[in-house]
Design a protein around this ligand. Structure first.
Ligand code: PLP
Length: 392
């Protein structure tokens, strides 16, 4: 008889966004006339850069003709896509070899699949609060988790602990808090990981939102990172590719544990268990990372950043603590009147039909906090704040 991976029974009943969708749908069913404004789920709303969309249309057109048709592509990514990523990294002064890059279908899968390379005995350090995937995938693998508690006291930025560890997920800019490491703070993590032999799994999904010059976009801007870090970066939020699915993972050749190259292991893993990202999406990635693609993507990011102002102006006027919004598309606010984050969720849904994300869904330290996203339209964001002003 097949035995199941019983670690799955340790997962929470409802994944955060499933529960939000369930409660919102139940409300809409009971109040079909209500116009709910969604400042909750972290999905983009602006269209993909035309230059990237056109590149994907042209790539699919190629497949219609015998002369330009393609079959399986290279599992680790086409050279043209790697070249685009290499040029992008060069903007940040980071050198990367083609052999160090893999092109995938977004980074949710790579952030989870990378753990195949490590023994399940490894302890994982996970910031709290943070994007829930790191915790869920560690639970599925049966790994021991130590949480790095983040709060107002440490500006929601974890510092290395005073004990050694094995694997460390870091997310900068952080989802949900927007907290972003500066060079010195990230260097402290790199030094710590090199000293104890840990590996940092660095999620830079929101790097394009960084506005401050004193914040690194890549962990490989930090000296010493090549011997202790793996970086994951997605086009989902950078270029609006959430439905296209495209991202890249950078495993440096110098990263060796127990005498074995992790770069080599990741290549073995991907060439065995993954048959490569679609040709058209890789053409889309190439175009999205071109000068014109980035210019168009940055226009969308500027649009989202304009939504920060109505939200923060409202919170400031009410004297409610918040952070984020500057280097990230999220604003992290304290729930008023000591409400729990799910109480505040239900309060907003029931009184003003505004949906946000309860902070506790990102970890225990997120309790009494709430995440508002800037991915809706400017008009809807403004209206949401007007509605909130009526009840807060
Ligand atoms: N990492 C973070 C911090 C995210 O917020 C998300 C998506 O919201 C992802 C990774 C997943 O990205 P992708 O769409 O590339 O799978």
């Amino acid at each position: 008889m097949a035995k199941i991976n019983s670690n799955y029974t340790n997962l929470q009943e409802n994944y955060l966004f499933v529960e939000i969708a369930k409660r919102t749908a139940a409300y809409q069913k009971a109040h079909p006339e209500a116009r709910v404004i969604k400042l909750g789920i972290g999905d983009v709303t602006r269209p993909i850069a035309a230059v990237a969309a056109d590149a994907m249309i042209a790539a699919n057109e190629e497949l219609k003709h015998a002369e330009t048709f393609r079959g399986y592509g290279p599992e680790l990514g086409y050279k043209f896509a790697k070249a685009a990523v290499q040029r992008y990294y060069a903007n940040y002064g980071v050198d990367v070899d083609f052999d160090e890059l893999t092109i995938g279908d977004g980074i949710g899968s790579d952030l989870a699949n990378i753990t195949d390379l490590f023994s399940s005995d490894n302890t994982v350090l996970i910031p709290d609060p943070v994007y829930p995937l790191y915790k869920a995938t560690s639970i599925m693998d049966g790994r021991r988790i130590c949480y790095l508690e983040c709060s107002i006291e440490n500006n929601f930025l974890p510092t290395p602990p005073d004990y050694p560890s094995d694997l460390i997920y870091l997310c900068s800019p952080n989802n949900p808090t927007g907290a972003t490491f500066d060079y010195a703070q990230l260097k402290a993590w790199v030094d710590y990981a090199n000293a104890c032999g840990a590996v940092i799994l660095y999620d830079s999904a929101y790097e394009r939102f960084i506005a401050d010059d004193d914040k690194p976009h890549s962990i490989f801007e930090i000296e010493g990172a090549r011997t202790c870090a793996i970086e994951f970066c997605s086009l989902s939020k950078t270029a609006g590719f959430t439905c296209v699915r495209s991202g890249y993972t950078f495993v440096p050749k110098e990263l060796v544990r127990e005498g074995v190259s992790l770069n080599r292991m990741w290549q073995q893993r991907q060439t065995t268990k993954y048959n490569g990202a679609p040709y058209a999406t890789q053409r889309g990635l190439e175009a999205a990372l071109s000068a014109e693609g980035l210019r168009q993507a940055d226009e969308n990011i500027a649009y989202y950043k304009r939504n920060v102002q109505p939200i923060t102006a409202f919170l400031e006027q009410k004297g409610i603590f918040y952070c984020g919004g500057h280097n990230s598309p999220y604003i992290w606010m304290r729930c008023p009147q000591a409400m729990t984050s799910w109480e505040f969720f239900d309060f907003l849904l029931n009184t003003v039909q505004v949906v946000g994300t309860p902070g506790v869904g990102f970890g225990a330290c997120g309790e009494h906090y709430f995440r508002l996203s800037t991915f809706n339209t400017y008009e809807a964001t403004q209206e949401a704040m007007e509605r909130l002003a009526n009840v807060l």
